[in-house]
Design a protein around this ligand. Structure first.
Ligand code: B12
Length: 210
């Protein structure tokens, strides 16, 4: 089923992939696995876009399909984990970037794992991150980005948090499509997380929660 699912999503076959997603959920499959397979399909969509096989309409449609699938999966994630509020976290997609599907999955996973999440949305200017950290006293910030220009936006956001005197009591994690440890170093962040579960593990580690 997983392979069919990945191919149907990459081929943007709406009805077929949504009914297969429902079938997988009804059969009690691990919701995380369905999200991982969606990610694999997005990598294929991204490659077809880069190769000129898909164009913006396909990219937009793939995002819509992914949103529908993550909405179907989310309630089943909720059943997996019940905890009390642990700590505050400010997250957002950095300036110039409007990709938010990954960000919203991170938001959701942090929420169901007990964190009090302030999600600033997309294309977030550096000063808005500074404001939100001052307002919430959050000890953790999560920066999301999918575009190459997001590397610099992440670096500028960390610099602005530092200039505001907030950096020393703050942990900053980054993530999204092509982010990695090199970008983490470049942006002077504390950690890179490959997916939403990594975001939860990093955050729990920093506040000493199991
Ligand atoms: C869907 C999509 C879009 C949709 C986004 C819809 C939406 N609401 O988000 C739309 C159509 C809007 C779009 C627009 C564009 N896009 Co686009 N898009 C994609 C695509 C196909 C999928 C992205 C996605 O949502 N993936 C699925 C999610 C779930 O991603 P994920 O990586 O699994 O997310 C997980 C992790 O990354 C992690 N994570 C995410 N954030 C964070 C944060 C933290 C702190 C942590 C720890 C972890 C973490 O957790 C997530 C969940 O597990 C990618 C291709 C790809 N392979 O990624 C191209 C891609 C990112 N887009 C690309 C481009 C070029 C564009 C456009 C410039 C196209 C254009 N000419 O207009 C515009 C840019 C608009 C802008 N200013 O941002 C390029 C970027 C190339 C580059 N090097 O910069 C890509 C790579 C495609 C390609 N190969 O060319 N896009």
């Amino acid at each position: 089923m997983a392979e069919d699912f990945v191919n149907l999503l990459a081929d943007l076959k709406e009805q077929e992939v949504l009914s297969l997603a429902q079938k997988r959920i009804d059969s009690g499959e691990d919701p995380i696995k369905i999200l991982d397979d969606s990610r694999a399909a997005m990598a294929i969509v991204g490659k077809r876009f880069a190769d000129g096989e898909y164009f913006l309409p396909e990219l937009v449609f793939s995002g819509e399909l992914l949103k529908q699938i993550s909405e179907m999966v989310k309630p089943h994630l909720k059943q997996a984990v019940e905890t009390k509020k642990l700590a505050k976290i400010v997250i957002g997609t950095v300036a110039g970037d409007i990709h938010d599907i990954g960000l919203n999955i991170v938001d959701f996973m942090l929420d169901v794992n007990g964190f009090d999440v302030t999600n600033l949305g997309v294309d977030v200017p550096v000063e808005k991150f500074v404001e939100a950290v001052k307002k919430t006293n959050a000890p953790i910030v999560g920066l999301s980005g999918f575009l190459t220009p997001a590397f610099d936006a992440m670096k500028e956001t960390v610099e602005a948090l530092d200039k505001a005197g907030l950096r020393k009591d703050l942990k900053v994690m980054i993530g999204g499509g092509q982010m990695d440890d090199e970008v983490k170093k470049y942006a002077k962040a504390d950690a890179y997380g490959k997916d939403a579960m990594a975001a939860v593990t990093l955050a729990k580690g920093w506040i000493g929660a199991k």
